[in-house]
Design a binder for this molecule. Structure first.
Ligand SMILES: Cc1cc2nc3c(=O)[nH]c(=O)nc-3n(C[C@H](O)[C@H](O)[C@H](O)COP(=O)(O)O)c2cc1C
Length: 166
């Protein structure tokens, strides 16, 4: 089945390791995303150290899955590389979604943890990972082997569609 309709946030993982090759595939998918002016101003930090994962899991109330995941991908936006800075969030959103879809395609489980633009979350991760001030800490993607199967609900809702005019 098309991974778009299989993807769901996975927050519980088995102990099995996600390989470097799998992470590279996720990063390839992320970097394949569309971006304004094809600016591709994304960068990534891959985290596998257990202490670092635990520290990140404590950075905000909804970050717990980071402590259990096999690996984390921190998605950054490098403002020095941006041609249209005001569009960088949209680029990074597309990049994150591509990573999630690739994870689904590979049989992995992943969840997007929001950081940007919430100030205190950003301050914590910037300081901890030594992220330079010209990089936006956009999101953390937790990746692991899913601990179970969840049900994916189809969300198609005809009432949200307007034809011609609102
Ligand atoms: C911008 C953004 C921020 C999110 N932040 C978190 C988060 O901090 N922690 C978390 O567990 N899930 C987070 N999620 C996942 C959403 O909760 C999830 O996508 C939503 O509930 C729909 O569920 P689904 O992904 O299974 O379809 C985030 C998703 C997005 C797009």
């Amino acid at each position: 089945m098309n991974p778009i309709f299989k993807r769901q946030s996975v927050r519980k993982y088995l102990n099995d390791e996600v390989t470097s090759e799998q992470i590279e595939n996720l990063l390839k998918a992320g970097m394949q995303a569309p971006s304004a002016c094809n600016q591709q101003a994304w960068e990534f930090i891959v985290i596998e150290n257990p202490d670092d994962k635990i520290s990140i899991s404590k950075m905000h109330k909804f970050a717990k899955p980071a402590g259990e995941a096999s690996k984390l991908i921190v998605v950054l936006g490098n403002l020095k590389k941006a041609k249209i800075e005001s569009m960088i969030e949209q680029d990074l959103g597309a990049c994150c979604e591509n990573i999630l879809l690739q994870a689904t395609y590979e049989g992995l489980g992943a969840v997007w943890l929001g950081f940007h633009p919430i100030r205190d979350r950003c301050d914590r991760i910037v300081e901890y990972l030594n992220i330079p001030d010209y990089c936006i800490p956009f999101a953390v993607i937790c990746v692991g082997h899913p601990a179970g199967d969840g049900d994916v609900k189809i969300r198609f809702d005809e009432s949200k569609i307007h034809y011609g005019k609102y």
